[in-house]
Design a protein around this ligand. Structure first.
Ligand code: SAM
Length: 234
């Protein structure tokens, strides 16, 4: 695993400060260890074909490319996030390992049963748990692995959905509000506070609102990793 700085698209503290996408990306790497913990529950995968659904600026994508010697397809609609991912790919050894697909996950046209491993971090809480699971299921191989990082809550309903789609829960663990502060929001907050660019409030409006919400209702930010195996063909 490369270190946090070498994995990002940041070139200097000045650039880091004026591009909110790059700032978030940089801070997002502090959460890497939790995906690595999830990946460590999987067996060795030989040259896997992998999919990162809702990849954003590709923090999980680059972790996958570092962790396994295989191919990663990274799907998202966000042009600014994907531009940053493209920059990161160009600066790293990932060029042949990562393919960026700028499209909605609802428009994916991969052949059924293409992937050995799929990850979806922070996507299913946007598009719906069952919607996301159904999309992943269409392109995941039988006996393939799926890692979902989702907001906490509706645990029983989610387990019922997973059972209905024949997914075995290999492991599940929670990131509590303290983890979110220590491994993400404290860094984001310090980075914004340290900068002195004009229009700071405007530039980081969304991030500052998120930090304010965290301070008000930290429990809302708890999240869960599900490490899953597609148990039976259907
Ligand atoms: C919370 S971010 C997580 C990004 C990345 N997975 C990570 O963990 O750093 C959610 C991402 O889902 C993407 N997204 C939301 N709806 C999508 C859709 N229908 N198709 C593709 N991407 C989508 C957003 O653009 C955003 O980048």
């Amino acid at each position: 695993m490369n270190d946090i700085k070498s994995n990002t698209g940041l070139t200097s503290p000045e650039n880091a400060y004026v591009d909110p996408v790059a700032v978030r990306d940089n801070c997002r790497y502090y959460l890497s260890k939790h995906l690595i913990k999830a990946l460590n529950h999987l067996p060795t995968l030989n040259n896997p074909v992998m999919l990162d659904m809702g990849c954003g600026s590709g923090v999980p994508t680059t972790i996958l490319a570092n962790h396994f010697e295989g191919k990663v397809f990274a799907v998202d609609t966000d042009i600014r996030a994907l531009t940053l991912l493209r920059r990161k790919i160009a600066r790293q050894k990932f060029a042949s390992a990562i393919t960026i697909c700028r499209k909605s996950v609802f428009d994916m046209d991969f052949t059924p049963q293409t992937f050995d491993l799929i990850i979806a971090e922070g996507l299913l809480n946007v598009i719906g748990f069952e919607n996301g699971l159904k999309l992943a299921d269409q392109v995941l191989k039988n006996q393939g692995y799926l890692i979902i990082h989702d907001e906490e809550g509706e645990s029983e309903a989610k387990q019922e959905i997973l059972a209905r789609y024949h997914y075995q829960i290999i492991q599940r663990f929670t990131l509590d509000e303290k983890v979110w502060w220590n491994d993400f929001y404290s860094h984001l907050n310090s980075r914004i506070e340290a900068g002195n660019a004009p229009h700071k409030q405007e530039l980081f409006q969304n991030d500052l609102a998120e930090i304010a919400l965290y301070r008000e209702k930290p429990a809302l930010f708890r999240s869960v990793y599900y490490i899953l195996r597609k148990a039976t063909p259907h």
